[in-house]
Design a protein around this ligand. Structure first.
Ligand code: DC
Length: 225
C-alpha cells in the first residue's frame, strides 16, 4: 500500500462523464482528484498563445518543459492546476484549446514531461487520476483501473446540452463530428494511444446516470482499500 492509499485510474474518451465520476468518488473517499487532460490543455493553450507550430515536435517538447504547473487541493477534492501561478479556469475549455491539446499531446517528448509530473503527484496514492493513458502508461501498477466509455452520440448530446445551458451557441452535428475526429486522433496516435488497459474494468455510461456510475466505481474501489 502507498502512504496515502491507492491510485485509481480512470481512462476513456472525452464527454463520458469520467471527470464528474472521478471527482465525486474522490470526495466520498477523502481522496484527491486529478484531471490530467487539464495538463495537456495547458500545453495546448500555451502553444496557441505563443504561436508555435504544433507539428514541430521539438518546439512542443520545449513548451512542455517550460510549463510551470502547480496544484492545490480544493475542498471538493479537485487538485486545482495553476499555470505560472494563474488559475485559467474556463479558458482551458473552449474547443480551440481542446483541439490544440489533442495535437500537442501526440508529441512523445511532451508526454514524457507531463507523465513524470503525474507520477510524482500520484506516487503516494490517495488519488483518483483521470485521463487517456493513466492505467496503460502513467500508472500501469494502479491498484484499480476503469475505462469509462459511451456512444459518441450520447457524448455529443451531453456536450450540446452543456453549451446550451451556458448560453453558448451549439450545433449538434458539428459537436458529434468533432468528437469522432478527436477520438480517432487520440486512439490512433503512436504515443500512448487511448485504449483500455487489459486489466481495466469497462463501464459504458450511455444509459447510466452519474450517480449510478459513481456508485459502481465506489463499490469496486472499496474492495481494494
Ligand atoms: O480529457 P480532456 O478532453 O480534457 O483532454 C484534452 C486532450 O488531452 C485530449 O485530446 C487528449 C489529451 N490527453 C492525453 O493525451 N492524455 C491524458 N492522460 C489526458 C488527456
Amino acid at each position: 500500500m502507498r502512504k496515502n492509499g491507492i491510485v485509481a485510474a480512470i481512462d476513456g474518451p472525452s464527454g463520458t462523464g469520467k471527470s464528474s465520476v472521478g471527482k465525486l468518488a474522490a470526495q466520498a473517499l477523502g481522496y484527491s482528484f486529478l484531471s490530467t487532460g487539464e495538463m495537456y490543455r495547458a500545453l495546448g493553450y500555451k502553444a496557441l498563445q505563443s504561436g508555435i507550430d504544433m507539428a514541430d515536435a521539438a518546439a512542443v517538447t520545449r513548451a512542455a518543459q517550460s510549463l510551470k504547473l502547480t496544484f492545490k487541493r480544493q475542498p471538493d477534492a479537485v487538485l486545482r492546476m495553476f499555470v505560472d501561478g494563474v488559475f485559467l479556469g474556463d479558458k482551458l475549455h473552449d474547443e480551440a484549446v481542446g483541439s490544440a491539446a489533442s495535437k500537442t499531446s501526440a508529441v512523445p517528448g511532451a508526454r514524457e514531461v507531463l507523465t513524470n509530473l503525474m507520477r510524482e503527484i500520484g506516487r503516494n496514492g490517495g488519488v483518483i487520476m483521470e485521463g487517456r493513458d493513466i492505467g496503460t502508461v502513467v500508472f500501469p501498477d494502479a491498484e484499480v483501473k476503469f475505462y469509462i466509455d459511451a456512444a459518441p452520440e450520447a457524448r455529443a448530446e451531453r456536450r450540446y446540452k452543456q453549451l446550451v445551458e451556458r448560453g453558448e451557441s451549439a450545433n449538434y452535428d458539428e459537436i458529434l463530428e468533432g468528437i469522432k475526429e478527436r477520438d480517432h486522433r487520440d486512439s490512433t496516435r503512436a504515443a500512448a494511444p487511448l485504449k483500455a488497459a487489459p486489466d481495466a474494468i469497462i463501464i459504458d455510461t450511455s444509459t447510466l446516470t452519474l450517480n449510478e456510475v459513481v456508485e459502481k466505481v465506489l463499490k469496486i474501489i472499496k474492495k481494494h482499500l
